[in-house]
Design a protein. Structure first.
Length: 276
């Protein structure tokens, strides 16, 4: 009788151990699957960054488009008061498509000034050499866009386009969709590291969300190539050079450390945009 009881206890113990092991394995597999779906890349992409001494791809060459903190083809508007640090320019559109700036044309006719711009304002109908300079800058902007879009990606479809909460190493990232930033995203790397984001649709940054730089990363080494509209939410913050095939819109109180280079228009509303 005792032997039978002991045998039953032994089976019961074996069943309990087997059950616990099964739960452990199932839970572990589930956690691994869930984690991998939102995992942030920790290994830098191919390339050697700036000057061959960093990580990630080589930087996108902006040419003379890099002389402007905001450059657009069809217009740049603001709801005052914005604070822009750097030169802005519009071409082939004329100065009449620079609205909300209260421009004062310089006596040379080459540029204008605005109390909202720490720098100069240029338009295609200003005196030479402004028209030809702007034509070259816009051409360089288009070349830079094509360059950024053509790089070989290290990562594709990360987070199905939702990169909120991630920490991203220097690399080239590509999406066949738009990209959303509903919560803060961190770009972690050094001052010679480079990030390129290739986005087939638009970019949406939620109100209050921020792109945060860590480890010494610099905004001039971050390139957001977007085929669709870039919409930066109220009080949100963006870092890097935005190359948009269409328009860029900053909602009230949003800020950017970088450049806004748009193949249509840039629309501002009480924003701070600072050249890197």
């Amino acid at each position: 009788m005792n032997k039978s009881k002991n045998k039953c206890k032994g089976y019961a113990n074996l069943w309990l151990i087997a059950s616990l092991l099964a739960v452990f394995l199932i839970t572990g597999c589930g956690s691994s699957s869930s984690s991998s779906s939102v995992a942030s890349p920790t290994v830098p992409g191919s390339g050697t960054g700036v000057g061959g001494i960093g990580k990630g791809p080589a930087p996108v060459v902006l040419g003379t488009a890099g002389n402007y903190v905001i450059l657009a083809k069809t217009g740049i508007s603001t709801v005052p008061t914005s604070a822009i640090t750097g030169d802005i320019g519009v071409s082939p559109a004329a100065a009449s498509f620079l609205t909300g700036w209260a421009l004062v044309l310089d006596s040379t006719g080459v540029f204008a000034t605005s109390s909202q711009v720490t720098g100069k304002v240029y338009a295609a109908n200003y005196a030479p050499p402004t028209p030809s300079n702007l034509t070259t800058a816009v051409s360089d902007m288009l070349t830079a866009y094509t360059d950024a879009a053509g790089r070989t990606p290290d990562y594709t479809e990360l987070g199905a386009g939702n990169i909120g909460g991630m920490t991203l190493s220097p690399a080239t990232y590509k999406w066949s969709t738009g990209v959303s930033i509903p919560t803060n995203v961190t770009l972690n790397g050094g001052p010679n590291d480079v990030w390129i984001f290739q986005i087939a649709k638009g970019i949406t940054v939620a109100s209050g969300a921020k792109v945060i730089l860590a480890g010494g990363a610099l905004p001039q080494n971050i390139f957001w190539q977007s085929a669709g509209v870039v919409a930066i939410g109220t009080t949100a913050h963006m870092e890097g050079v935005i190359l948009s095939q269409t328009g860029i819109t900053l909602n009230k109180g949003a800020s950017v450390n970088g450049r806004l280079l748009a193949q249509t228009a840039v629309t501002l509303n009480n924003n701070a945009v600072t050249a890197p």
